[in-house]
Design a binder for this molecule. Structure first.
Ligand code: ZN
Length: 264
């Protein structure tokens, strides 16, 4: 029996899955995906990700505000996030809420002020610290400022830099702060040379897998929604890139996903 798979980043509440969520989860299970983490993107989908996690076993979620929707977040939402996390923590280990996120910085979105984005992200860092939860990070064109903020915060726990593409040095600076690197469909693209060589060289115990479905379609599937059942193909590509034995990789990657969200 191969070890199970953990999709550490999948937007199961998004539109393409609405019609047949049960079927989607069933297909993922059949493909070996035993656990799925759903990040939220803003106050408007916190209820929905929590609801899905309550209904389906093996599905967990995070609460946060995605920089992509920066103009829709308010400081009232920050206060709400705080009280939500407080409620979840009271439920203890039984709660499906296992992270703060998705949150971060997206400096590719030039319409949003960088300092304002940093101020909102700072709130998320503070809440992760307050409730001892891992951070699920989105980062585009902002690796240096993000590392600087995380360093300054002196977090005891880490989290994950999701959907990674970039250089070894960028990845390593996050790993040194206790973060995992989220590996997704990018590595299936032959032209993604830099990311592929970065992922082949990073320590195996720093990597987790994700689909980011319905986004980040795999090579050959461009233009179509991505699915959590595709995770096995990301693992297969990772196995081709790495020097270790197939079984060693699969076992370690499963363990890393569990460690990231505090499952033993
Ligand atoms: Zn995401």
């Amino acid at each position: 029996m191969p070890p199970p798979l953990f999709d550490t980043h999948c937007h199961l509440d998004f539109e393409p899955f609405k019609n047949d969520l049960s079927g989607e989860i069933e297909k993922a299970r059949t493909a070996g995906v035993e656990k799925i983490f759903i990040p939220s993107v803003g106050e408007w989908n916190w209820d929905e990700v929590a609801r899905i996690s309550e209904i389906y076993p093996g599905i967990y979620y995070g609460l946060g505000m995605h920089p992509y929707f920066f103009d829709r977040h308010t400081y009232e939402h920050v206060a709400l996030l705080d009280s939500r996390l407080q409620q979840q923590c009271r439920h203890g280990v039984q709660s499906g809420c296992v992270a703060v996120g998705e949150c971060g910085l997206d400096f590719a979105l030039t319409e949003y002020d960088e300092a304002a984005q940093q101020a909102l992200f700072e709130q998320h860092i503070g809440l992760a610290k307050k409730y001892s939860l891992p951070l699920v990070l989105h980062c585009r064109k902002a690796h240096q400022p993000m590392v600087k903020m995380l360093k300054k915060a002196q977090l005891s726990g880490g989290g994950v830099l999701h959907g990674f593409s970039g250089s070894y040095q960028q990845a390593k600076s996050f790993i040194d702060l206790g973060f995992y690197i989220g590996v997704g469909g990018t590595i299936t693209y032959p032209r993604a040379n830099k990311t592929r060589s970065t992922i082949s060289a990073l320590p195996l115990d720093s990597l987790v897998l994700e689909t980011d479905a319905p986004d980040m379609p795999l090579y050959g599937y461009q233009g179509r929604p991505n699915h959590p059942m595709m995770l096995k193909m990301v693992l297969n590509e990772l196995i081709l890139l790495r020097k270790e034995e197939e079984q060693t990789i699969a076992c370690q990657i499963w363990q890393n996903g569990c460690n990231l969200f505090g499952f033993s």
